[in-house]
Ligand binder design. Structure first.
Ligand code: MLT
Length: 390
């Protein structure tokens, strides 16, 4: 047996959060527990039927069986451009300002590989989706954590980034509607971000997969809606959440053409693009009437209300989010994030995500997702009430 030693880069990377959680779910299921998972934000609503039919048709066409274009089919990129105009009033040149991705997770790594030199810094929020930190490390960079605090509405304080760190930073990541805190950003924050990026020569990466999931009439913004944004950055977005397509693996990077070109250069050397039939299905999704998104959002809004009410009834204080697929809730007195999540799984058979899994600044919170039906949400809270001391 040869000696296998992980690279120094990989040694710094913990196991992927939801891979670990899946292992725990599998173990509980083996022990015949009827697990209710409020863990991953993986929509349970089905992909719209016209999208499935578009895939079927395209899969039967042998022209789609060959290598796809590296940067994505022109017609998919055109559909993305029209969608951004329709949904966010953002103009994008489909040839230069849109790149088809397998997912925004992949996009984040390819962005880091395109821009980061060993020792460069990337400004990453904390708590945050772990990918921003790990893709920085995989590219040889050093993540600088910007704490997202409740008293600042879970927005980073850009004025508090030390000057020497800002000078070494190549990328700043933001993500609103936010995962895991469900916070949202207003135009004023994005304007400040554009100024910060220009003053410090830092590229903005706005990861925006929840851009369409806004409640009570609230419409989340695209970072590209503010003037000057395209000069300083890109946005990653995805069909996963608005069209219930997490399993299909189709997403996009949009914005600054030079950054898009650099990412495309990395990608063409690493992967060979998205199956054309999936891109045809993606076009069908993007061209669906907006009422399809509205109907999904209505379901999530109703679940948000059901879950907020149920959690409050067991004595947990919840701030109703305006957007995203998550509730971000303080753990009860006497627990850490980890001990509460462990007890809820062991005693109630319910999976919640410990806030600390999103970085130390998430300690004291847990995250629950709205991707299970009302009856199971109510049952989850009922089981927690009966078996866990709050
Ligand atoms: C989450 O639950 O945080 C997301 O669904 C994970 C992902 O988008 O990869």
């Amino acid at each position: 047996m040869v000696k296998m030693e992980k690279s120094e880069r990989l040694k710094q990377i913990p196991p992927y959060l939801f891979a670990e959680i899946n292992r725990k779910i599998a173990a509980a299921k083996r022990a015949c527990v009827d697990v209710i998972s409020l863990g991953i934000g993986d929509p349970d609503l089905p992909t719209p039927q016209p999208v499935v039919e578009a895939l079927n048709r395209a899969a039967n066409d042998p022209r789609n069986h060959r290598y796809p274009d590296y940067e994505g089919m022109p017609s998919f990129r055109e559909a993305v451009s029209k969608w951004y105009k329709r949904r966010h009033n953002v103009r994008l040149d489909p040839d230069k300002e849109v790149l088809t991705l397998i997912g925004s997770k992949e996009g984040s790594l390819h962005l880091s590989l395109a821009l980061i030199n060993p020792g460069d810094a990337a400004l990453v929020p904390e708590p945050a989706y772990t990918t921003y930190m790990t893709s920085t490390i995989l590219a040889g960079g050093i993540p600088y954590r910007m704490a997202l605090k409740e008293e600042n509405d879970f927005l980073p304080r850009l004025s508090e980034v030390p000057e020497d760190v800002a000078a070494r930073a190549k990328i700043i990541y933001v993500n609103y509607p936010n995962n895991p805190t469900a916070a949202v950003a207003a135009k004023g924050f994005y304007r400040e971000l554009v100024d910060f990026a220009k003053d410090n020569d830092v590229i903005v990466c706005s990861d925006n997969p929840y851009s369409e999931i806004g409640f009570d009439g609230y419409r989340p913004l695209s970072f590209l809606e503010v003037s000057g944004a395209k000069d300083v950055g890109i946005e990653l977005n995805s069909l996963s959440k608005p069209y219930s397509m997490t399993g299909w693996r189709i997403a996009m990077a949009v914005g600054n053409p030079e950054i898009i070109r650099a990412m495309a250069l990395v990608k063409s050397n690493v992967d060979s693009g998205v199956f054309n039939a999936v891109q045809h299905a993606g076009i069908a999704a993007l061209n669906l009437p907006d009422s399809v998104i509205d109907a999904n959002v209505k379901v999530y809004q109703q679940r948000r209300d059901v879950l907020c009410n149920a959690l409050e009834q067991v004595g947990l204080k919840v701030k109703k989010p305006k957007a995203s697929l998550y509730l971000w809730v303080k753990v009860p007195e006497g627990y850490s994030s980890e001990s509460f999540a462990a007890e809820v799984l062991d005693k109630a058979g319910v999976v919640i995500t410990p806030g600390s899994a999103y970085g130390g600044a998430g300690q004291g919170f847990f995250r629950v997702s709205l991707t299970v039906p009302d009856a199971r949400l109510n049952e989850a809270v009922e089981r927690i009430k009966k078996s866990v001391k709050i």
